[in-house]
Ligand binder design. Structure first.
Ligand code: ADP
Ligand code: MG
Length: 393
């Protein structure tokens, strides 16, 4: 999905106020009535409709007049709210090229004021499912757009919390920098996903390192659940970094052993195919092109000394609670109805909600303007200085 941050520069404070009002209204309206948006935004000088038209032009909201005149946020609108909040916090100042497209995420480079390049992951739950389940699974098709945004927000929060906790326990993961809504900011990993690496100097060492990580995760009470050549990054020194954590589960999960074995099998399969690593001495002749590893190196779930719930405290400290996990679990179970996302649970960031309620436009002051980037090496980055429209205060 294209992310044209240019538009962001031309959006005024009123635009963001109205977008935030739509976000709040979506807690209990699939389509937020225009009057409600007007009431929540309560712009000092009026003009909510004009602002909504502008947001519509930039595809930040979707208009629906089938039942009544109303709007909902698009992913782009949600992107802009998250990006604006993070820029205001000083987390980054410009957005660069797209570096990754996952099934349900987009990854971009962003740069801080001093030119440090970071990675920004925007979660997009529902993007695949909308298409994939079109005819089959009604409960997903009819899930409200609110719950897709809500689930994307939970996925981002979970990813941020796990990355932080794992980093603190010495796991090779990106540094978790910050998170807002469906957006996670982390350090940029040098190197490429394992799947894109043509040749490894020491495939057996990399294999053992990766397998060691799966075991160490389980010892910390966790299973990655998507541990494969797409989610393992390798740099020029063949150092391994693991990424992509929203689907991790605890070793106490009822299907833990199956998930663990699946992660292990993915790694075996990949190295068997790509690097000819062989694991069965009896069947394969030892020849020079093959590194021999005994199948007995396969870790067994039952052999691991697992510390269940080990990271729970750290995860909660980063804001990811058990209830959040329960909500995410409901999403993957088949028995959910369509109004899954609980109404009124912190969908809008607390601080911003206060801003709207107290009508304290002045309180936002100069912070709203992000610094320009002049570093020529960052030519391809779009600075996010928010250019005010004339007459805007
Ligand atoms: P998804 O959940 O959609 O699979 P990932 O987190 O796996 O998303 O990211 C998709 C791709 O984006 C990765 O395969 C990788 O190429 C790139 N990527 C993700 N995070 C980073 C990062 N921190 N640094 C560099 N590249 C990254
Ligand atoms: Mg991935």
């Amino acid at each position: 999905m294209k992310l044209d941050v240019n538009a962001l520069r031309y959006l005024s404070k009123d635009d963001f106020r109205v977008l935030t009002a739509v976000e709040m209204g979506m807690r209990n309206h699939e389509i937020v009535p225009a009057e409600l948006i007007d009431r929540i935004a309560s712009l000092k000088h009026g003009g909510t409709y004009k602002v909504l038209k502008n947001c519509l032009k930039h595809k930040l909201v979707h208009h629906d007049s089938s039942k009544y005149d109303g709007f909902r946020l698009t992913y782009l609108g949600y992107d802009f709210l998250a990006i604006k909040t993070l820029v205001n916090r000083g987390v980054f100042a410009s957005v660069g090229r797209q570096i990754g497209v996952g099934k349900e995420s987009d990854i971009f480079e962003v740069a801080t004021e001093d030119g440090t390049v970071l990675a920004m992951k925007l979660h997009r739950l529902g993007r695949v499912s909308f298409r994939a389940v079109k005819s089959k699974r009604d409960y997903l098709r009819h899930r409200s757009s609110y719950s897709w945004l809500y689930l994307s927000r939970l996925a981002a929060l979970k990813e941020y919390a796990f990355m932080k906790a794992l980093g603190e326990h010495g796991f090779p993961v990106p540094d978790a920098v910050d998170c807002n809504r469906h957006c996670v900011i982390m350090s940029l990993v040098q190197g490429y996903p394992l799947v894109q690496v043509r040749q490894l100097q020491n495939p057996d060492t990399v294999f053992e390192t990766i397998l060691g990580l799966v075991v160490r995760l389980a010892e910390h009470g966790l299973i990655h659940c998507d541990f494969n050549e797409f989610n393992i990054m390798i740099d020029d020194d063949e150092k391994v970094t693991m990424i992509d954590f929203p689907q991790m589960v605890s070793v106490s999960h009822r299907n833990a052993e199956m998930y663990f074995d699946r992660d292990v099998e993915c790694i075996f399969k990949f190295f068997r195919k790509r690097y000819n690593l062989t694991f069965d001495e009896k069947e394969v002749e030892n020849d020079d092109s093959e590194v021999e590893l005994d199948e007995s190196c396969r870790p067994l779930f039952s052999d691991i000394n697992k510390a269940s719930g080990f990271l729970d405290k750290e995860l909660e400290a980063s804001g990811f609670t058990r209830k959040d996990q329960d909500d995410m679990d409901k999403f993957s179970s088949r028995s959910v109805g369509n109004s899954f996302a609980p109404v009124g649970t912190g969908f809008v960031e607390k601080d911003e909600e206060k801003d709207l309620e107290s009508d304290s436009e002045e309180a936002e002051d100069e912070d709203d303007i992000a610094p320009q980037i002049n570093d020529s090496s960052l030519d391809n980055f779009e600075s996010l200085s928010l250019v005010r429209e004339e007459g805007d205060n």
